[in-house]
Design a protein around this ligand. Structure first.
Ligand code: GLC
Length: 820
């Protein structure tokens, strides 16, 4: 339709009426103009021509926006556990707009037509609705469109394939069983509808808390907007603004929660395959790890431990005495983790099935008949984890494992995976009192399964349990670690895995892992060793492979691969004090253990260059540059600052790209200047005590730095009552001091002595402790052992290491200063 302007060139009232008529008949419904406004404390409620809304100040830097076509419904979330903070917020309105001002930002709601924009306190646009599109509905689908800012990039969104910078791509959140997924496949297992936008030296986070299938568009097939939409329910998002990207992660995990301290053993090396059985085979693998001196803490048992894949059973022939086996493993320093799937086999007389029927906890079709879907055991029913009753039932069943000495629960197939992968939408879920369909509940099924496992295991297993899940939703970090499912034994997959874990880290999940060595297919020797090296620098370090692949234990690829693998597993164990402290930080402020460079070098465009986007920090100190296994050279980007080669202490200046030669023996790893890295002597598992000296490596640098050292018993919840040992170690580059702060907490450290190892301080010969001079030794440090000379005619590999200065002091609880 075309509107002819009248002779004065202006729209007349009848013309405007026709435009309004189009808006009315358009299949895309917008809210229209705001008609009524109510301001109460930190909340603005309003009605528009076609919608209802609420904008709430959740914290000075967090604003929540809700909109619906009907009056807002039940306010319920599986993800958000925080309530709004009482804050100072000024809310004013004029005829045209409502302005919300906090100490951190300003939000402006335009009244005619409705749209929202967020500004810094000094008036810079952080994020704004795309005028004209704002929020709208197509049937039940609701979408919000944000104006694409100049140079805008997007990162996060949890476990999503593709590049670090998601600009130009679109993604769907719909938990999916993605066996052997492609490196660009979407969706895969879990859904975390949270991303970070970056532009013009600003960054913000948006969390869409809607569990229906959601779609994110970061400028895919359009040059106008980024958008997020859901197939049903309300538009319900949290806008987060912080100056530093790292703080956005802290704010986001302030909303959705943080992990508890993991059991120390779960940070050790874990051995798995689909499947080790019978018990003698499990013990053989454990014994071989010990004989070959590959430190390890965990064995995981895949589905063949069960009697015909029936949950809460053991196959009596393969595992006649599971408690005896777990005890034996325990004596050898191994903890047992078992797989649990949600499908309960439909079979009369089978205990879990009968109990589930009796307690009426299975999900049902809308006509009340239990839903039946096929998975490993055949036709199954599925507990409703979105009901309190279902979670309790599961919790009670899980006690079975506590009785057989199991320490970890590996929650699998919980997307829900069923053969055919087409679960009917008319299956109903309790959704904790908000009865709903598969459409709204699917994405939170796994989160609630992990929650039920965690809550029960926490009380039943007495010690901290280890919980692992395949699928999940925002907030999963409160209950569980996650791994990236059925990857392939291919170089691209190894690197994709790194990006998936980095992205999960941005999205609030610190405890992450991938199948080291690849799940489908067979690794080459070079790929396996490179993957083991990278695995040592990932939060959850588990080797796993599929049912019909070749053996994939560290000794299955020949002597050289074994020695290389051992080097890196050894290094991992020596680094446990550093790693454990990094996890402690995750419990405090949600910072991931694996950090894409985008977190700390957000506005450095090189970080997003696909040549470098796999690089990451492991904790705060190690810059890891993963690269394919079959290349002779790699290009590494050193961001601002100064970096030390881990193996040689050679210094690389920042803001530099560099081509480096690769060998299969070493993974390129660098230490950031001014880093403080506590390490221990080599142990074969975490129940073994290291020597009583904590070795603290300090790398000379031009910037100040601090590290919170944290220790506790590694297994109980006593730390929640102050039974920990914690101190801040600060490096002051100007004052030339290393300050050991006063110890907090009542736990007695394992370490009576501290050995400080100084890297890059080689011209300095005098150190003192709180004024008194201390003996300085010339020392030599090596992080990996030379690989054997396998060819008798060949030349021996030299020991690689570095000359350093070291001092040993008592690990006093009071504060002291080391000066140089
Ligand atoms: C799924 C899991 C895999 C496991 C297999 C058998 O494919 O992702 O890790 O080994 O099921 O339980």
């Amino acid at each position: 339709m075309k509107f002819n302007l009248n002779i004065l060139g202006i729209l007349t009232l009848p013309m405007l009426a026709s435009i309004a008529a189009i808006a009315q008949t358009s299949p895309v419904k917008t809210p229209g103009n705001i008609s009524t406004v109510k301001i109460e404390g930190q909340k603005v409620s309003f009605a528009t021509q076609n919608a209802y809304g609420e904008v709430t100040v959740y914290a000075p830097n967090v604003i929540r926006v809700r909109l619906d076509k009907q009056p807002l419904g039940r306010d319920f979330s599986y993800a958000v556990i925080a309530k709004p903070l009482q804050v100072k917020a000024d809310i004013d309105q004029t005829n045209n707009e409502i302005t919300i001002s906090t100490d951190s930002l300003q939000a402006k709601i335009t009244k005619a037509p409705f749209s929202v924009a967020f500004y810094t306190r000094d008036g810079k646009v952080i994020n704004q609705d795309e005028a004209g599109l704002t929020t709208s509905w197509i049937g039940e689908e609701v979408a919000t469109y944000k104006k694409m800012q100049e140079g805008e990039r997007f990162i996060g969104l949890g476990e999503k394939t593709g590049n670090l910078d998601r600009k130009g791509s679109g993604y769907t959140n719909w938990n999916t069983d993605a066996f052997g997924y492609r490196t660009d496949q979407d969706p895969i297992y879990s859904s975390i509808p949270f991303y970070v936008g970056i532009h013009n030296n600003l960054n913000y986070g948006i969390f869409l808390d809607n569990t229906y299938q959601s779609d994110f568009n970061f400028g895919a097939s359009n040059n106008r907007f980024s958008s997020f939409s859901a197939q049903g329910g309300e538009m319900n998002y949290y806008f987060i603004y912080n100056k530093n990207l790292a703080d956005i992660i802290t704010s986001y995990t302030g909303l959705t929660g943080r992990m508890a301290m993991p059991p120390l053993w779960s940070l050790g090396y874990q051995q798995n395959r689909y499947s080790y059985y019978p018990d003698t085979e499990v013990l053989r693998v454990a014994q071989t790890l010990r004989e070959k001196k590959i430190p390890a803490d965990g064995i995981t048992l895949d589905i063949h431990y069960m009697d015909n894949y029936k949950l809460f059973t053991w196959d009596k022939n393969r595992f006649p005495d599971p408690l005896k086996m777990s005890n034996k493993l325990n004596d050898m320093g191994f903890k047992t983790t078992v797989i649990v799937d949600p499908g309960i086999k439909v079979e009369q007389g089978y205990g879990a099935y009968e109990r589930g029927l009796k307690d009426n906890i299975f999900i049902k079709y809308s006509d009340g008949q239990n839903y039946t879907g096929q998975v490993w055991p055949g036709w199954c029913h599925f507990p409703d984890f979105t009901s309190e009753k279902g979670r309790k039932w599961w919790g009670n069943e899980v006690k079975f494992f506590a009785k057989t000495g199991v320490s970890g629960l590996w929650n699998d197939m919980n997307e829900i995976a069923t053969w055919g992968q087409k679960m009917p939408n008319n299956v109903l879920f309790d959704y904790d009192g908000g009865l709903t369909t598969h459409k709204e509940a699917r994405n939170v099924f796994a989160l609630n399964m992990a929650r039920a496992s965690y809550e029960s295991a926490r009380t039943e297993m007495k010690k901290r349990p280890f919980i692992l899940t395949r699928a999940g939703y925002a907030g999963l970090q409160r209950y569980t670690a996650i791994w990236t499912g059925d990857n392939r034994a291919e170089d691209d997959h190894m690197l994709l895995g790194v990006r998936l874990l980095n992205s999960l880290g941005v999205s609030g999940v610190p405890f992450t892992g991938m199948d080291i060595g690849g799940f489908t297919g067979n690794s080459t020797v070079a790929l396996f060793t490179r993957w083991m090296q990278i695995g040592a620098f990932t939060p959850y370090f588990r080797n796993h492979t599929g049912v019909n692949t070749k053996s994939s234990e560290p000794w299955a690829y020949g002597e050289e691969a074994l020695e290389i693998s051992r080097n890196y597993v050894n290094l991992r164990y020596r680094l446990l004090p550093y790693l454990y402290s990094s996890f402690y930080e995750a419990t405090l402020n949600g910072q991931p253990v694996m950090r894409t460079l985008a977190i700390d070098y957000t506005h450095d465009s090189k970080v997003y260059d696909t040549q470098f986007h796999n690089q990451y920090f492991f904790g705060r100190a190690f810059l890891v540059a993963p690269s394919e296994s079959n290349k002779g050279f790699a290009k590494v980007y050193f961001p601002k600052g100064k970096f030390y080669d881990l193996y040689t202490d050679a210094v690389e200046m920042g803001n530099q790209e560099k081509i480096i030669p690769l060998t299969t023996k070493q993974l390129p790893v660098y230490v950031k200047e001014s880093s403080i890295i506590p390490m221990q002597s080599l142990i074969q598992n975490t129940s073994e005590k290291p020597t009583d000296t904590l070795v603290v490596h300090v790398y000379k640098g031009d910037v100040n730095n601090s590290f919170v050292y944290y220790e506790d018993d590694g297994e109980s919840y006593n730390y929640e009552n102050g039974v920990f040992h914690k101190r801040t170690i600060s490096y002051d580059a100007v004052a030339k001091t290393i300050l050991f702060g006063k110890v907090e907490g009542s736990f007695k450290s394992k370490f009576n002595n501290l050995k400080l190892v100084f890297h890059g301080f080689n011209n300095i010969s005098s150190f003192n402790k709180s004024g008194k001079s201390i003996i300085v030794k010339d020392d030599f440090v090596s992080f990996i052992s030379p690989i054997s000379k396998f060819d008798p005619q060949g030349t021996a590999n030299p020991i690689e290491g570095v000359n350093v200065k070291s001092v040993v002091v008592k690990n006093d609880k009071d504060s002291f200063t080391i000066s140089y």
